[in-house]
Design a protein around this ligand. Sequence first.
Ligand SMILES: C[S@@+](CC[C@H](N)C(=O)[O-])C[C@H]1O[C@@H](n2cnc3c(N)ncnc32)[C@H](O)[C@@H]1O
Length: 218
Amino acid sequence: MILENLLNKLAINLHKYFKNTRIMAENLRSPNSFFFGFIAKRLMLVGNQKVIEDSVERLNVKSEDKILEIGSGNGQALIEILKKSPLQLKVIEISPIFRNHLKKKFGDKIELSENDAKNLKGIIDNGSIDKILLINVIYFLNTLDLYLKELKRILKKDGTIFIAAKFDAVKTFDDNVFRNKQIIDLLKILKRFFKVSYKCIDLGDINSKYYAIYLKKK
Ligand SMILES: C[S@@+](CC[C@H](N)C(=O)[O-])C[C@H]1O[C@@H](n2cnc3c(N)ncnc32)[C@H](O)[C@@H]1O
């Protein structure tokens, strides 16, 4: 526990130093180096928990729901979702490092796929998912239209997509990697595909202040 706390503090301090670099941003999108990957994974573990718990509460998971999470990372939201015993829990995760971790941690409690979320054909049928969750993932989706089209295809008629994003915390992060980090611009694109509603939720500090964005089919 003491070691865990020390490693977490180390990661937070290193991140302060590297947070606006491209390599740090790339590792937050998908960890791929030993050093920056260590910082990114630790940061997600300690920095995202409050937002994750709040987001899953707002997702309002029912026992008859088919749920999809895109970009589960360490799997913190999956723990919260599984507490609600949904009918089905699918996970799309492009990072091999995170996939290995999720396989070990959740086994057959989840249906894990390695696809990029812009192409889920052959894995997820048209109009088959009740609720789709993306926490700290929307920033990276480029070109966003392709992803939104695919999410619209798989969502049930009265289904919900829930996006959680910490636009304030990421505003100085590298633009080449964090492509969607302006709420106003993002809303314009989302509205071309979906009915959109959103609220800003402040759970007490900049790292847990986030936008909860709800999408429904038009
Ligand atoms: C910043 S992490 C967020 C992890 C977790 N949701 C959280 O909030 O702690 C972004 C996650 O999205 C995944 N990801 C990024 N782009 C993706 C894509 N195009 N398709 C599927 N997963 C993606 C990454 O591998 C990573 O696990």
